[in-house]
Design a protein around this ligand. Structure first.
Ligand code: GTP
Ligand code: MG
Length: 195
């Protein structure tokens, strides 16, 4: 797969607009500002393929990034952004849930949480939705650059306990240092091979 051949394809609100065909999709889910868009850029070694912002609520639609016609990164809007109107939050939640529930192309769901913070109610709710899909998923403990290296493992273990998931499913990550990029590509390649 040529990772340099990556481009933004389409931004959608509802399912009539999802890309046609059966290209596998790697989905990025997580609360607003946790680093979903930055994840895409760091994995592809690009600065601004996916638009990021220090202000939460940057991504409001479902964005599809086409990687060499072999897979899509699907950047979901962030949830739990309190400044969004209630009506807009509901619209966003509906479009996320409808995508997760109905989309056959989903190959792997990557749920991002902040390695430093206790997961929120919204994170736990999203984990339930993810598990309910029955698809292969991992939890990415993002912003690992913000804690001491020697503590990464114990933070990951704590997260596993709080989320009640096997610690094999939790991977530290940092878009800033990119040191875990290869591990996550391995997970993605494996999920594609098992399809
Ligand atoms: N230190 C550090 N900062 C990060 C990391 N990943 C993302 N950030 C920063 O976190 C902020 C939010 O990143 P985004 O990638 O825009 O987050 P998002 O999850 O796409 O946010 P929404 O589009 O609002 O849902 C930006 O200021 C990023 O630079 C990381 O691994 N380490
Ligand atoms: Mg975003």
């Amino acid at each position: 797969m040529n990772l340099n051949n990556a481009k933004f394809e389409i931004s959608v609100m509802n399912k009539s607009q999802y890309p046609k065909g059966r290209t596998p999709e790697i989905v990025l889910a997580g609360k607003s500002n946790v680093g979903k868009s930055s994840f895409i850029n760091s994995m592809l070694n690009r600065k601004s393929l996916a638009r990021t912002s220090s202000e939460p609520g940057k991504t409001r639609q479902i964005n599809f990034y086409n990687i060499d016609q072999r897979l899509y990164f699907v950047d979901l809007p962030g949830y739990g952004y309190s400044k969004m109107s209630k009506a807009e939050q509901e619209k966003v939640a509906d479009s996320i849930n409808s995508y997760l529930k109905n989309r056959q192309n989903i190959n792997l769901i990557i749920l991002l949480v902040d390695i430093r913070h206790k997961p929120t109610e919204n994170d736990l709710q999203m984990l339930e939705y993810v598990q309910a899909t029955g698809k292969h998923y991992i939890v990415l403990a993002n912003k690992a650059d913000k804690i001491a290296k020697t503590k990464v493992k114990s933070y990951v273990n704590d997260l596993a306990k709080t989320l009640k998931v096997d610690d094999d499913l939790i991977f530290p990550y940092s878009s800033e240092t990119k040191e875990y990029v290869d591990e996550i590509w391995d997970v993605i390649y494996e999920s594609l091979a098992n399809d």
